[in-house]
Design a protein around this ligand. Structure first.
Ligand code: MG
Length: 250
């Protein structure tokens, strides 16, 4: 299934996406699937990020080639940080370059959406806690990354977490082509098979620290090819089977 969250007539709605047809749900899909008789088209709604998580857990340095381009060391344990939910941005909304930074980068990432409360999950059970997968852009003020000591500031600005356009449970997350394009030019091109720390391990590890709530997201890290975005640019993150997350920059 493909799950969406949308805005229509000023109200938040939830639906299942069938091609470009929206089957409207009676309530948030995180609380169970209750279909209504209403059907809408994509032009009838404005897509929102498919979830509004209680927290977004992000993995840094999870692709070898990206670690190389940042000239950093491969970590022995996952490098984990949290993006504030105030950074959440819907598809087609604007990424705002903050005055504090002179270099704002895109980072295309596979995002895991948790479907039910998870605590102390075993690796072999981890996938049963997943609702599905979507695309995230872990926008980063690169020039502030080294100065901060840790990454809350450089990755925490408002609009720095585009997420969407939909959640799918129809993909195999271990073998997905991932790509980003800046103004149509391919900048990142890899496959989630290259992840150093795998999804089931990450769910198990993170849930041994903190309770994962339904709707929480895990951003799994970005491949090689990050670079800066300028005002007027359009950044597209695409993952096989998960559509295209497109945002412009102001
Ligand atoms: Mg990242």
């Amino acid at each position: 299934m493909r799950y969406i969250r949308f805005l229509r007539n000023g109200k938040i709605g939830y639906g299942l996406l069938e091609g470009d047809r929206i089957e409207v749900l009676r309530k948030n899909f995180l609380d169970g699937i209750e279909e209504s008789d209403e059907v809408l088209g994509m032009n009838d709604v404005r897509l929102l990020s498919p979830v509004s998580p209680s927290k977004a857990l992000c993995i840094g340095l999870n692709y070898k080639a990206h670690i190389g381009e940042l000239e950093m060391e491969t970590p022995e344990k996952p490098v984990v940080f949290i993006k504030p939910t105030s950074a959440l941005l819907s598809p087609d909304e604007h990424i705002v370059r903050p005055a504090l930074s002179k270099r704002v980068d895109y980072e295309a990432e596979l995002a895991v959406v948790i479907g039910r409360k998870a605590k102390n999950v075993k690796i072999e059970d981890a996938y049963s806690y997943v609702l599905g997968y979507t695309i995230a852009n872990d926008v980063t003020a690169r020039d502030l990354q080294e100065k901060g000591g840790q990454w809350t500031i450089c990755k925490g600005f408002d609009t720095f977490m585009p997420l969407g356009p939909y959640i799918s449970d129809e993909v195999n997350p271990e073998v997905l082509d991932i790509e980003s394009r800046l103004n149509g030019k391919i900048m990142q091109k890899s496959n989630t098979g290259m992840l150093i720390f795998k999804i089931d391990y990450l769910i198990s590890y993170l849930s041994s620290v903190m309770t994962l709530e339904k709707g929480d997201v895990i951003l799994t890290g970005t491949p090689k090819g990050v670079s800066a975005m300028e005002s007027g640019d359009v950044i597209e993150c695409e993952i096989e089977g998960l559509g295209i997350l497109r945002n412009s920059v102001i």
